[in-house]
Design a protein around this ligand. Structure first.
Ligand code: NDP
Length: 618
């Protein structure tokens, strides 16, 4: 595990104004007027693929009619951590409900070859000290994460009542019974006093609306529904031997694609990689866990590591003398800059303005390092140019993989740059058309991502979702989130949201979800103990909190304006807020500007006060 600064070109070696201009040109080239509408609403146009579960057979069962204290919608990390905190709080009459066939959420569905976590597993896998589990390497394989869900679920007996293969179709608050009525695709009627929305960020796959897509006669699937029956191999042993006589195309070069492409390159007869925007792919250094290091860890190590990672990745600066414990591509800019400033002996003196201005410069230096990396690894000049990334760090997800670039040196792998036509032009009965040329293929794989910053109804896919007086959540939040503490919203009593809304942002997603689940559980426990039938934010308290969030928000719109379109920014399209102002959407929601520690303190003080301040109760 290296925590040394990386070797980047000096500011004098790069022409920053010219790079900025290039960034802007590349961005403008990719902005499509149809924005999110370039993608099909999957439930409408690809029902079979969307509902199909290639991993676990669906077993028929009778519909359930029951009353619950808490329904938790989801069995991914936020659902599992909600169950964990409910159980810890002594609440047992709850059920997790999920479309998937087992625990895992994205880690249930996504089983494509090469799947690994891109975050330091010692941070990302929650409750490591509590369970005594130690990841086998720095970036866990997907199946290690999937298996770890069960370690937690079994250790704390969380799964006794979990309902799998059950898709929520409706949520309706019934004021007569002070409960949420939940309907599902299995005909269930569940009446829950409280609902925790743990429905995740990457749960609805999206497919590009390529003209002619339904004409294609070959095989097609989305990476989150990988069909090993067709490709050969299996989740734990992805030897894709059935592809040896197949021509395969893959759409996308994001986090998913770059992990799967080396396997396609290795096994398929011919691979076409259809790239619209390249990703920055660094070396991985995925070392096995050193048993001596693991044995040396002291109690509290995981929280400490997460806090260290948060400072590096989110705050951009370490504490005086603090070392980079994670030491990877997420923390590189901070690591490099801190090393420079320390070498100058100015760690304590440097002004905030100078520090953050130098961070901007380091961003250009690091991205130039990435372009030079491509040049050094790719043999074909045209391919090398196409793989170079022309945008700032964190415009898109930074990635790492030790086999990705090498794959393009194989004779059976061809990169097709479709940026000029803003995507694949057309599909035909036999294949696809790109840059005017038709290619015959047997299989098209969509690594085209998920609904993340598109409109809420596309993202959630729940047909009916109504709070008090039939108010739809899709109307209620049409112009942006309105919450108290990013957790609850008015007119939707007894309902809690886990995810990226208006709360504190932590560099470790699972830590953020876990803390939100803890806070939601506190309110549920208090409401049950006090015999309350309904709790929800008062309009006044909610308004004051929303104002506070907006006034203290860190303005990243200038940064967003430089980024190419993607799910990070709703395909680069601004949307209207309540006052008619156009704003970028951010996949991280409206994060609490004063930062994670300030947010955690705000909530801890609020709980300490003990009077459920700002909530109206019945
Ligand atoms: P992304 O949204 O990141 O990537 C989708 C890809 O499809 C992009 O390259 C996009 O190009 C391309 N695309 C979409 N439409 C077209 C089209 N019409 N023609 C050509 N290309 C097209 O999805 P991913 O599944 O890769 O990743 C989603 C997220 O899931 C990640 O960012 C990450 O948060 C998570 N993830 C995490 C992993 C981990 O931790 N290891 C692994 C995998 C995923 P363009 O960029 O031009 O829009």
């Amino acid at each position: 595990m290296t925590c040394e600064p990386t070797n980047v070109p000096s500011p004098e070696e790069i022409d920053i104004p010219a790079i900025q201009e290039k960034y802007q040109q590349e961005r403008n080239k990719r902005i499509r007027p149809d924005g999110q509408k370039q993608y099909a609403k999957i439930k409408e146009e690809f029902t079979e693929e969307y509902l199909h579960d290639p991993h676990t057979p669906v077993v028929s069962r009778d519909p359930i009619s029951e009353d619950l204290d808490v329904a938790v919608l989801g069995t991914g990390w936020s659902g599992l951590l909600s169950a964990y905190h409910l159980k810890n709080a002594g609440i047992t009459n709850f059920r997790n409900i999920d479309h998937g066939g087992d625990w895992g959420g994205v880690w249930y569905w996504n089983r494509y070859p090469g799947i690994q976590c891109d975050n330091d597993a010692y941070c990302y896998l929650p409750l490591l000290e509590e369970t005594g589990f130690m990841p086998s390497k720095k970036y866990s394989d997907g199946y290690e994460i999937y298996d770890y869900f069960k370690v937690i679920a079994e250790k704390y007996s969380l799964g006794e009542k979990a309902l799998f293969h059950t898709l929520i179709t409706g949520l309706r608050w019934d004021d007569n019974i002070k409960r949420w009525r939940i309907s599902t695709n299995r005909g269930d009627e569940i009446r829950a006093r409280f609902v925790i929305m743990a429905n995740g960020l990457l749960n609805i796959p999206k497919l590009p609306k390529i003209p002619g897509i339904h004409d294609f006669q070959g095989k097609m699937f989305h990476t989150s529904r990988w069909e090993y029956d067709y490709t050969g191999g299996s989740y734990r042993n992805p030897v894709l031997d059935k592809l040896k006589d197949k021509k395969v195309a893959i759409i996308g070069t994001g986090a998913t694609a770059i992990q799967a492409i080396p396997y396609l390159g290795k096994y398929a007869k011919q691979v076409y990689v259809l790239q619209r925007t390249p990703s920055p792919v660094d070396q991985r250094n995925n070392n096995p866990t050193d048993p001596e290091w693991a044995a040396s860890l002291q109690p509290g190590w995981q929280k400490e590591r997460m806090a260290n990672f948060h400072r590096a990745a989110m705050e951009g600066r370490f504490l005086p003398g603090e070392e980079d414990l994670v030491g990877d591509f997420w923390t590189e800019i901070t690591r490099n800059l801190m090393a420079e400033v320390r070498a100058e002996g100015r760690e304590q003196e440097i002004s905030i303005e100078e520090y953050y201005s130098r961070r901007d410069t380091m961003d250009y230096q690091v991205m130039e390092r990435m372009r030079r990396r491509v040049e050094s690894l790719i043999e074909d000049q045209e391919t090398s140019e196409a793989l170079k990334v022309w945008y700032r760090f964190l415009c898109k997800r930074p990635l790492s993989n030790d086999d990705y670039y090498d794959t393009f040196n194989r004779p059976n792998v061809k990169l097709i740059d479709v940026s000029e036509t803003q995507g694949v032009e057309r599909m035909t009965e036999n294949g696809f058309v790109a840059n005017g040329e038709e290619y015959d293929i047997d299989c098209m794989i969509f690594a085209s991502g998920f609904e993340v910053t598109s409109d809420l109804d596309r993202r959630w896919g729940i047909d009916t979702y109504e709070g008090r007086n039939g108010i739809s959540i899709y109307d209620h939040w049409k112009y942006g989130y309105k919450t108290l503490h990013g957790t609850m919203t008015s007119n939707f009593p007894n309902q809690f949201f886990i995810g990226y809304y208006q709360g504190g942002l932590n560099a470790t997603t699972t830590e953020q979800y876990g803390r939100q689940a803890y806070h939601s559980t506190y309110i549920i426990k208090e409401a049950l103990a006090r015999g309350l039938s309904a709790v929800e934010p008062s309009e006044q308290a909610q308004e004051a909190y929303v104002q506070h969030v907006r006034e203290t928000a860190v303005d990243i719109s200038a940064f967003q304006a430089q980024c190419p379109p993607s799910y990070y920014n709703n395909e680069g399209h601004k949307v209207k807020d309540e006052d008619g102002h156009l704003k970028f959407r951010n996949f991280l929601g409206e994060a609490y500007g004063p930062g994670w520690d300030a947010f955690e303190k705000l909530l801890a003080d609020w709980r300490e006060q003990g009077d459920l301040d700002g909530l109206v109760t019945e």
